[in-house]
Design a protein around this ligand. Structure first.
Ligand code: IMP
Ligand code: MG
Length: 179
């Protein structure tokens, strides 16, 4: 059986820079939520998982963990319509919610989730995103904690995929094949 190794793309953000920035974000978050009674970190599957684990491991405040999974409607004529494929399990009423995402692109996904969390009565909702692809934004989303702003590249690694692959790369690279 032949197993071909995936071709490693060039690093846009190497592992040490990612980890150093995450350390800074964690320190900021820990400071901001020091007095919080009920903090829930909610990740958006699947891309946020790698970032979320590294970030939350650095917090010493108590935090509950949950997940959303979303997808765009493939055949929708309405641009930006987002479907919730997996909802959170725990009640967020009265909680301080920290939403964790790998990348904000058009912003439609986060806009939908932020609105939903507020509608459900979260006490506060803040967004922590590893990457911000600002040039592509169509829906306004304020990013409270941002790892890095990047240019309009299709990026992979550290949770981000192309066709379901490359998520396990320990760094963020630019996908250079056909998309
Ligand atoms: P948005 O709703 O357009 O902001 O899309 C956000 C989602 O699209 C992200 O959570 C990613 O899953 C995916 N996405 C956007 N840009 C990229 C990229 O450059 N690489 C991999 N996935 C991406
Ligand atoms: Mg995602």
């Amino acid at each position: 059986m032949t197993i071909s190794k995936i071709e490693a793309p060039k690093a846009l953000i190497p592992e040490d820079r990612l980890q150093a920035r995450i350390e800074e974000l964690a320190a900021e978050i820990e400071r901001d939520y020091a007095q919080t009674e009920k903090l829930i970190a909610i990740g958006v599957l699947k891309g946020s998982v790698f970032f979320m684990v590294d970030l939350l491991k650095r917090l010493s405040i108590p935090v509950a963990v949950d997940f959303f999974q979303t997808s765009s409607y493939g055949d929708s004529t309405e641009p930006g319509e987002v479907r919730i494929k997996k909802d959170v399990d725990i009640s967020i009423r009265g909680a301080d919610v920290l939403l964790i995402e790998d990348i904000v692109d058009t912003g439609f996904t986060l806009r939908t989730i932020l609105d939903l969390l507020r509608f459900r009565g979260a006490r506060s909702v803040k967004l922590c995103a590893l990457l911000d692809k600002k040039a592509r934004r169509q829906a306004e989303v304020p990013i409270d904690y941002c790892g890095f702003e990047i240019d309009d590249h299709f990026v992979i690694g550290y949770g981000l995929d192309y066709a379901g692959l490359y998520r396990n790369l320990p760094y963020v690279g630019v996908y250079e094949g056909e998309t």
